[in-house]
Design a protein around this ligand. Structure first.
Ligand code: FE
Length: 216
């Protein structure tokens, strides 16, 4: 079996949100697809270890914000690589509430879904959500997972369905340029040395969190 073939599947980049007893929570998801048109139902896959999974099960409602290609990297860093359990992810984020669920403003649009069914896999819950409210903000390009990997050089958080152990994306194995990997989000910087004031464009940490990649 060649698992690399799975990289050819297409995904978007979304922020899935919910409300935990008055507290806004959420995380990044890439595995969302529309499964029926009438009624409009989508499927969403979220890791069991994700705090957002637990809250969606308790409340049976979630929001999906569809990120733009030009999304602030801080959104992915905050929602993709930290836990809502101990972080207020909405602290520096522009959002509004629809049916009591927070959705991000600077995006392509949002959907609010009520859970109509779930299925458990060994690591993830598949939620079927019927869209009960939605808004379309813009005709800007939505961010695809491929774009996130190739242009933003982002990686999959450990809980993503598409996570691969040692998932360092490199087009050229003979490339002798040094590569530095962010130990928090997996962002790859290419260059001999990181500038002293370097800040990870995905998760915002400084150069001390970067490690030299010696071998792939
Ligand atoms: Fe980072």
């Amino acid at each position: 079996m060649d698992k690399k073939v799975l990289r050819n599947l297409s995904y978007g980049v979304y922020v899935v949100t919910s409300k935990d007893k008055g507290r806004n929570i959420g995380c990044v998801a890439n595995s969302i697809m529309q499964v029926t048109s009438n009624p409009s139902v989508i499927a969403l896959s979220i890791n069991h270890d994700n705090y957002t999974n637990k809250i969606i099960k308790e409340t049976n409602i979630f929001g999906v914000s569809i990120l733009k290609e030009t999304a602030d990297a801080n959104i992915i860093g905050t929602f993709g690589f930290k836990s809502s359990k101990d972080t207020d992810k909405f602290n520096n984020i522009d959002f509004k509430e629809i049916l009591g669920i927070p959705v991000l403003k600077d995006t392509c649009g949002y959907m609010i879904c009520k859970v109509i069914d779930t299925m458990e896999t060994s690591t993830h819950t598949i939620f079927l959500g019927q869209v009960i409210e939605s808004g379309d903000y813009t005709n800007e390009n939505a961010m695809t997972y491929k774009y996130y990997h190739e242009y933003l050089k982002g990686s999959s958080p450990k809980n993503a369905p598409t996570y691969e152990e040692k998932s360092i994306i490199s087009a050229d194995k003979d490339n002798k340029t040094k590569k530095w990997k962010c130990s928090i989000c997996g962002y790859i910087y290419e260059g001999d040395e990181l500038p002293d004031d370097f800040v990870c464009p995905i998760c915002g940490v400084g150069k001390e969190k970067f490690e030299l990649i010696t071998e792939e």
